[in-house]
Design a protein around this ligand. Sequence first.
Ligand SMILES: [Zn+2]
Length: 463
Amino acid sequence: MNLDASVHEHFMRQALEQARCAAACGEVPVGAVVVKDGQVIGRGHNSPLSAQDPTAHAEVLALREAARTLGNYRLEGCTLYVTLEPCTMCSGAMLHARVDAVVYGAAEPRTGAAGSVLDVFSYPAINHQTRVLRGVLAAQCSALMAEFFQLRRQEKKAQQPHPLRDWALRNADEAFADLPAWPWQPQWRSDLPALQGLRLAVVDEGPEDAVLTWLCLHGSPGWGYGFRHLLPDLLAAGHRVVVPDLPGFGRSDQPKKDKQHSASWHLQIIAELIEALNLRRLVLVGQGDGGRLGLAAAQALPERFAGAWLIDTWPLNTQPQQRQQWFEQAARKPGWDVAGAMAGLQGLHTAVDAQGPEEARAWNAPFAQPGHRAALKAWPRLQTELAVPPAELLQQWAQAGRLWLQAPSTDHSLSAAQWQAAWLQAVPQLAAQAGVWRQTRPGAPVPAARQGGGAAAVEYFAP
Ligand SMILES: [Zn+2]
């Protein structure tokens, strides 16, 4: 026992390795090794679940293997290293085996029998030989436990059903099954306070520590599907992509009443999502009014954003008449053909001919049932509540080469010149920034979203 700390840490690392094996099997991560004369002679990782054996604690398994190795049930001259303070059973087993010493990592305040709840090793009547050393690599040992339980809580949460609120509607999952170019399964969230229990669909792909995370926000009447051709390029670059469907749209729950929708409510949900996912180095990809909502989020959380790519985003609250009419028709006509209108945005004549019936199904799916159009009804009012674009932030991004403004490719509402003039009215500083204006190839409502459209963006925005 009078060994220096590095020797204890060396063997504790081997016990930690065993603990990781336990975690990999879904067991509480506790690992143990038995050491004699500088050699590991027994190993064990916690496995009561897989072994269906309440005594299959790491220490017991390590003791059994050590006894087999030595051919002796007495383990004199041995030291047992375990990542967590042993329980009464294991402490008792160590006393029976007469191990010389026990070295543990993290204390176990609820069941520990080597000093925390009780100290089995301190009774002179039953123990005259096993010494205890506490707290070797304690931080690593408890971090492994904490990580395990956190992950398990998250998994539990993910499996929990998200009950439908009585003030909301939900589309059947089958309505969205097998859509072309959309293999992504959303993560369901109802835990953001602003959602008030609504179920939000969030596609979240790519590594958490990516150099850039693209936050794709759709406008009305779209949903995440509009970004379908963009995702493969961004993911191929090793970036992360987060695509929520705003409440009332896509696969998210839909409030029954249009008064539930407001710009501040949608903004609150977006901001809470960004914080809950701890998103950083964000590039906003905003389509339509999703761009305005995203800019408001960037203004509230500027340190989390690195730039923006805004597509068909109208910057002023006073809209051109044709554009306003388009949204008002969507709001007023209960039978307004969403897929047809989306096809119109692409300069196509009929939805089905040009896009194929499957794409038309994707646009119509959220609104196919009667009563599901509260968001469309609310939208013209919501557009008047949107915040003014943050001129200073946009100028900063433009100067840093991190801003793209892309005109609509619509054939029925606006010319690119009219749209650019509106931006210069909203943010006069952009007049000096020739590099921000992106030409739009005709034929895509999210022009960025033609196949291969993301590669240029990766090149432009990547650090
Ligand atoms: Zn135990």
